[in-house]
Design a protein around this ligand. Structure first.
Ligand code: NAP
Length: 368
């Protein structure tokens, strides 16, 4: 119910019940006018919106609507990412049934959920959707011993692995034919998606979804969780995803890990660019090594990207040392002396190292 306020005190009309007529004319009571859509009162102000009550018609209607749209979603792999996703899934009114290799009873209880230690028990709850959030490396093991026979004859399997062709072929291989398959990759994690998912890419491929309206709507309801969160929904094939992801995600993770090993330290004069590098380390360091290794092992395009990175780094060093070489030449030997220059050139360009007998870089810079 909305309470309105108008500036003019109003007299109750004669047709109103007697108790309203007992209000003294001088009282500060203001009778709520009925707002007209065609001629809205010029100074109408909303004072308050009532709190939702369980007996309210709107509340009942809303909860019935949510129930009719709610999915029962089993989350298999209740680690870092499984828990992160579950929080949002719950907020959308769906039921979450968590299971994992390790015991996450406490983490589940924190979200008001019952943890299933035994996958058989979970399957007997007949979830409509099974969400696989297991590590890339363990997914085949998990699928190979999955008690599919305890599920409904038609269940939707969704994976969120960071590579896509690999789980796609695993699910096609292990799942009963009548099961639906949706391959997805939310391209953000607990760190990068901490505040909001708005504008963050969500890649999906409806690998196998039956035409039956129930199956279509079940898949769409699942996708709508991410749509409603404002994700940028990108439908593309698993192969296409892996091609793009090797060039972007794998390279990002690699640089984050290289810089972590390098040991970036904060300083009082951090530039914006440097802060970006520090954030990159923060975003990637939180992920398990299994995840990173999975990106490398199970995306056939990753090795090529690693080699390209390596070559790019070498080529950059050659550019730098190539410039340095001219400075050495002039400073040490003059343009006419050929032999020692060739020696230096070879050392710099092949090893990328400065020979000990050469003058320090500082001297060369000053000369320039
Ligand atoms: P992860 O290290 O890739 O996976 C951890 C999960 O795998 C845990 O639930 C763990 O279960 C389970 N697991 C590991 N080894 C297992 C085994 N031998 N048998 C059964 N289960 C096993 O870390 P994550 O960040 O939670 O990622 C989960 C999945 O989401 C991965 O496939 C990842 O590629 C994908 N993903 C992650 C992110 C991210 O930002 N983190 C973003 C998008 C997609 P226990 O903990 O019970 O051992």
């Amino acid at each position: 119910m909305i309470t309105f306020s108008s500036t003019k005190p109003l007299k109750p009309p004669s047709s109103f019940p007697p108790f309203l007529h007992s209000v003294p004319p001088s009282a500060s009571f203001r009778f709520p006018p009925i707002p007209s859509i065609r001629n809205p009162p010029s100074r109408l102000r909303i004072l308050s919106l009532d709190a939702a009550q369980t007996f309210d018609y709107e509340t009942q209607f809303k909860s019935q609507y949510l129930k009719s749209n709610a999915l029962k979603i089993a989350v298999v792999g209740f680690g870092n990412f499984g828990q992160f996703l579950s929080k949002t899934i719950l907020r959308h009114g769906h039921t979450v049934l968590p299971h994992s290799r390790s015991d996450y009873s406490l983490a589940a209880a924190d979200l008001g959920l019952t943890f299933f230690h035994d996958l058989n028990d979970l399957c007997e709850q007949h979830p409509e959707v099974v969400l696989l959030s297991t590590s890339i490396l363990s997914t085949e093991k998990v699928l190979a011993k999955f008690p599919f026979q305890r599920l409904r004859r038609n269940t939707l399997f969704v994976d969120v692995l960071s590579v896509k062709e690999f789980p796609r072929s695993l699910m096609v291989k292990y799942l009963p034919e009548e099961f639906d398959i949706l391959c997805t990759h939310p391209m953000f994690g607990p760190e990068s998606g901490k505040g909001s998912w708005a504008g963050l890419p969500f890649v999906f491929d409806k690998v196998r979804v039956g035409n039956d309206p129930y199956r279509v709507s079940r898949c769409n309801k699942f996708l709508s969780i991410f749509e409603k969160e404002g994700c940028r929904m990108v439908e593309m094939s698993c192969a296409e995803h892996d091609r793009y992801a090797a060039g972007s995600q794998f390279v990002t993770h690699t640089m984050g890990r290289v810089l972590e090993k390098f040991g970036l330290q904060s300083s009082p004069i951090n530039t914006k660019g440097y802060e970006t590098l520090m954030n990159l380390v923060k975003n990637t360091a939180g992920d398990s090594f299994d995840l990173y290794y999975g990106l490398f092992m199970y995306n056939k395009n990753a090795l090529e990207q690693l080699q390209k990175l390596d070559m790019a780094f070498e080529s950059l060093k050659k550019d730098l040392f190539g410039h340095l070489h001219h400075v050495y030449r002039n400073q040490l030997f003059g343009a006419s002396v050929e032999k020692p220059v060739l020696y230096l050139e070879q050392k710099l360009l092949t090893n990328g190292t400065i020979p000990v007998e050469a003058p320090s870089i500082e001297i060369c810079r000053e000369e320039r």
